[in-house]
Write a protein that binds this ligand. Sequence first.
Ligand SMILES: Nc1ncnc2c1ncn2[C@@H]1O[C@H](COP(=O)(O)OP(=O)(O)OP(=O)(O)O)[C@@H](O)[C@H]1O
Length: 438
Amino acid sequence: MGSTITLKNVAKTYPGGQPALRRLSLTVAAGEFLVLLGPSGCGKSTLLRMIAGLETITEGELHLDRVLANDLDPSERDAAMIFQNFALYPNMTAAENIGFPLAVHKQDPAEVEHRVESAATALGISHLLQRLPGQLSGGERQRVAMGRATVRRPSVFLLDEPLSSLDARLRTRLRLEILSSARKSGATTIYVTHDQAEAMALGDRIAVMRDGILQQVDTPRGLYALPANAFVASFVGTPRISLIHGTVYAPIDGVMAISLGAQQLALAMPLSRDHQMLRVVQGSPLLIGLRPEAVRIAERTRATEFERPLTGIVEHVEFQGHETLLHLSIGGQRADVPPQALPDLPAGPARSNAAGLTRKLISHAKAAVRRRRAASPLPPPSSGIETANSGELVVRASSGAHHRRGQHLPLLVDVRSLLVFDERGERVSPDPTHIPNL
Ligand SMILES: Nc1ncnc2c1ncn2[C@@H]1O[C@H](COP(=O)(O)OP(=O)(O)OP(=O)(O)O)[C@@H](O)[C@H]1O
């Protein structure tokens, strides 16, 4: 059975360096498969190595099954780790490499043979057991390495980008094998990657990190539909979310709308609770996030009660086989993810509590009232769409459809699917208590 891994305000600063991890708190349940996801240098490997006992913890506490483990020797942690380039003993056969951790502990040779065979069968390498590493392909060597890590049946399985040196097809196959082997063994697994597709495919939950700060921990579905901030929104999902600079207009006696530059989206009346809350950020610079599935190509006469029309000019056509991606100009300005990493989540479930968000929004209210006095009315839709800042909106088209550069396309946007972030990149809509129906 796997161990519960608890990190409490864990921090790491390498000698003479910047903090690599800042006060990170996280609990991984026994038997859970957690993926650590983030760009290069965000501290993923550091965290994994601290759990394995290969790196000291500067501050905070690590508990394995509620036992304080900060100073436990790696051999006392019942954890196995696999690295990107796992070294096998070149003069030992695959069978001897896999059985090595058991032989070291002087296990009965018959038991060693049995365990090696069952590990090799699970990984589909029984026929390779008598070969030396030099006689194996990269993928086969990696499976032997996995066999060596799993043969001891550790409580904790730590994988640091184990598939990144393999080709895409093999990677897809091996990641399923890793998943099924982790499920069978019941070990608690932490898997490091910077590949969001791999993270989405594997994780029970995904912990997204940036600059040594935990940004969000959630299921793949939760991360996609309700990203805590613009960084998470843009890191998760293919194709990437379109982030466009926008503003909320909330006239006392008119329809509330979101301006995306040259075009506007009137919000559906009566306003949803999420959209009522947007009143307090009116006039502020915002980032509006549109996932491709929030937009469809259709004439305005086909609009449902929640869809609003936009016009897009095709800037680039990306044929993907099963679908075509269209990069469109809508007269808006593409927004970048704010450069500063947002501070760690508060401990516990407060983040998913609507009251927390409401409090935060209300704290904007005074400033909003001041801005409202100065706010200019909703600008009239402009007659032409500037394409200088081109291709800010990405939408899906069927692979059979033929589109060409410069074509004007009628679009419908489902305003219930808008993700709205403040200037710092923190999500202000929708409300964290429910998931938009993407
Ligand atoms: N031994 C070390 N001494 C000093 N600084 C280090 C050391 N190891 C890592 N760092 C720094 O700590 C930060 C986090 O590194 P880490 O390897 O944990 O990131 P990562 O997210 O795993 O990156 P990658 O995906 O590229 O492997 C980086 O800024 C890195 O330069």
